[in-house]
Design a protein around this ligand. Structure first.
Ligand code: G
Ligand code: G
Ligand code: MN
Ligand code: NA
Length: 253
């Protein structure tokens, strides 16, 4: 397929970029982290959304190569920031297929070592899909990543198939409330119920809970009173180029 071919060429030619979306702590207004999000601008097609090409890459398996590039690039960026005195943990999206590669833990360890980035500065966003395969193998892999010092979170929480048992068994530190549940706040009764339930359960289990896709003050205020204190969304900032991100975090530089 044409897009698949172009995607391979884009990686080979270095056409992918990462943008970083600030994660903000309420109250202090501090930026506590950055989610890396891939961007692809093709000379002919213009901007192509990852919502379009990542699913295709997942089908063809090419997402493993893309994911490895994203991991290395984000780790290198965090190391670069750290070398300039900016301590900014980065969160990277990991596809289920990438996570299931036999060498995934080694790939993560290599990326950290090559950039000399402390593992505590890296967060991996997993989806519930990683558990669909061999759950025991997934557990072992998560334990190995946890032992490295990497933070594991569940992205798009609440949209997958998994049981709640894995939250107890697995070394997960953080839940990301999917933006589909944030959208209807505070008016939609189902979203209110789901958001409240996720925050309360997360807190009861000692997990951090961050809300994604926060676009309005009413959504933020509802989530804050529900007990969620970390936010990501257009209300705070869109995904930014690295230089824009640095400006945003260090306006005086
Ligand atoms: O950034 P944006 O909202 O356009 O992303 C659309 C979708 O693509 C989201 O589901 C997001 O998780 C996914 N995505 C963005 N960047 C990456 C990436 O680096 N790796 C993977 N696997 N998915 C990504
Ligand atoms: O699936 P994942 O959670 O990784 O998706 C992140 C995607 O959500 C990114 O593509 C990002 O551009 C997008 N995004 C981030 N903030 C907002 C927001 O406030 N509203 C909407 N609609 N999308 C957002
Ligand atoms: Mn994500
Ligand atoms: Na999400």
């Amino acid at each position: 397929m044409r897009l698949d071919h172009d995607m391979r060429q884009a990686l080979a030619q270095g056409r992918f970029r990462l943008h970083y979306q600030p994660q903000v702590e309420l109250g202090s207004d501090r930026v506590i982290g950055a989610e890396a999000l891939i961007r692809w601008r093709d000379p002919q097609r213009g901007e192509i959304s990852p919502a379009e090409f990542i699913p295709l890459a997942e089908e063809s398996g090419f997402v493993v190569a893309i994911g490895d590039w994203v991991l290395r690039e984000a780790v290198a960026q965090a190391a670069h920031w750290l070398s300039r005195g900016l301590r900014m943990p980065v969160a990277v999206n990991v596809s289920a297929l990438q996570f299931q590669q036999a060498h995934f833990v080694q790939t993560v360890a290599d990326a950290l070592r090559e950039s000399m980035l402390p593992a505590s500065m890296l967060e991996l966003e997993l989806t519930e899909g990683v558990l669909l395969g061999d759950a025991d193998e997934a557990l072992k892999r998560m334990q190995a990543l946890d032992a490295l010092g990497v933070t594991l979170s569940i992205d798009d929480f609440g949209t997958g198939y998994s049981s709640l048992a894995y939250l107890k068994r697995f070394p997960i530190r953080r839940l990301k409330i999917d933006r589909s549940f944030v959208q209807g706040l505070p008016g939609d009764a189902s979203d209110v119920g789901i958001a409240n339930a996720i925050v309360q359960m997360g807190r009861a289990l000692g997990l951090q809970v961050i809300a994604e896709g926060v676009e309005t003050e009413a959504q933020r205020d509802f989530l804050a009173q529900a007990g969620c204190h970390e936010f990501q969304g257009f209300l705070f900032a869109r995904p930014l180029r690295p230089d824009e991100f640095e400006q945003r975090v260090r306006p005086r530089r």
